[in-house]
Ligand binder design. Sequence first.
Ligand code: FAD
Length: 431
Amino acid sequence: TPLYSSAASDVYKRQLFMLSAKTIAIVKSTAPILKEQGEALTKHFYKRMFSHNPEVIPLFNSAHQMSGMQQKALAEAICAYAANIDNLGVLSTAVELIAQKHSSLQIKPEHYPIVGENLLSSIQEVLGEAACDEVIKAWSEAYEFLANILIEREGQIYNEYASNRGGWEGFKPFHVIKKERESSVITSFYLSPKDGNSLPLFKPGQYITLRVPALNGSTIMRNYSLSDKPSQNWFRISVKREASTTPEAPNGYVSNFLHDDIKVGSCLEVGPPCGEFFLDVYKKDRKPLVLIAAGVGITPILSILLAALHDLPDHPITFIHANLNEDTHAFKKLINELASRHVNLKVHYCYSELSKTGILRDSSTSTGFVKAALLESIIEDRNADYYFCGPKPFMLGVYADLQRWGIPLSQIHFEFFGPRQELEIHQTLTV
Ligand code: FAD
């Protein structure tokens, strides 16, 4: 049974009539200036909102704020909205993604006026004379229109979370029942609900949300993909310890907290599974599956692999996992066992560092990055359904290769562990 019955596009269709032609024309005319000033606008917006409404700070990822990713992502989203306001159907994929992400972070209707007020004031403050009363009025209507779509879709998602068997709303306490080292940097945590209730079914590829205490007495939320197959008595997440990338930056907060402070018996607050990246095991007209992961991007891909082997016996699957080296390579033993039991599963490992012994490991292993030539040599039937997840350069490379091969967008599925717009993959904004 699908976890959610109706998608963002249905909500769209019902609301489309609400914007006037004049509003549409004015908002669309602001697209060029927003493209030019977008990042200045969103930087100002976040600063303004966090000083006027500090209560919303815990809803945002401070690391993404520091890196500027969040501001860039919002600027891209605003530009895409302005440019496509006369053809909003093309944004429905992006709206579903945003609604799923908002629901994972417990964004509620009362948050929208806060964002709206700060966004409109920021447009006025940053764009100056270009933001005349007419422009502000049109953007106010356009914002309300989009907010209503999101509020309605998020309401549906919350209801579906709560009404699923074993489902719940908000955050619920879970016990850690097992903690297992998967590699030098990745550790798995097996989570079981403290109330002893059964777990809801999730779709392979989806993620849960953890809410943990912050140092300032507030809370911090992070998404983690479920790395095991559905229908287990636990949720398993597998977390990479994020080190600081510069001498001044702190280590990643939540991942290090989990690795260092969370033990078997510890309690964690967990939000229900969600996300629009998943393998639909009921889909008809199935193509061969190609699953490509880099580093900790293995987590949703592994769940998809396990579900596919269970639910789609004999279906051809190519699985490629890229890692820095053998030390950071998680789940190798499990994948090798699966490959030895399932003739339909073809596995390839790729290491970007040379082996410590200097010897090439075996025929199903290569050294270097995941590049077009490697994919060409491994993937026998390119007319496949592709699922991939990993860091930005990997994602951009794989996506470009698939586009070059002419793979239809309907056969390309990906998850990214940061703000999606950071990838600058057109598909997320305009499909
Ligand atoms: P953060 O504190 O968010 O820091 C991240 C980086 O920013 C670090 O390198 C840190 O040094 C730097 N940084 C932090 N603060 C500053 C600052 N003030 N100045 C400069 N730099 C700074 N991760 C997994 O490991 N496994 C998964 O299965 C997984 N699934 C995900 C699924 C989804 C849908 C998404 C969106 C993300 C997923 N992630 C996953 C990523 C995860 O949500 C976290 O982003 C990750 O664990 C890092 O969080 P953190 O709190 O440890 O690091």
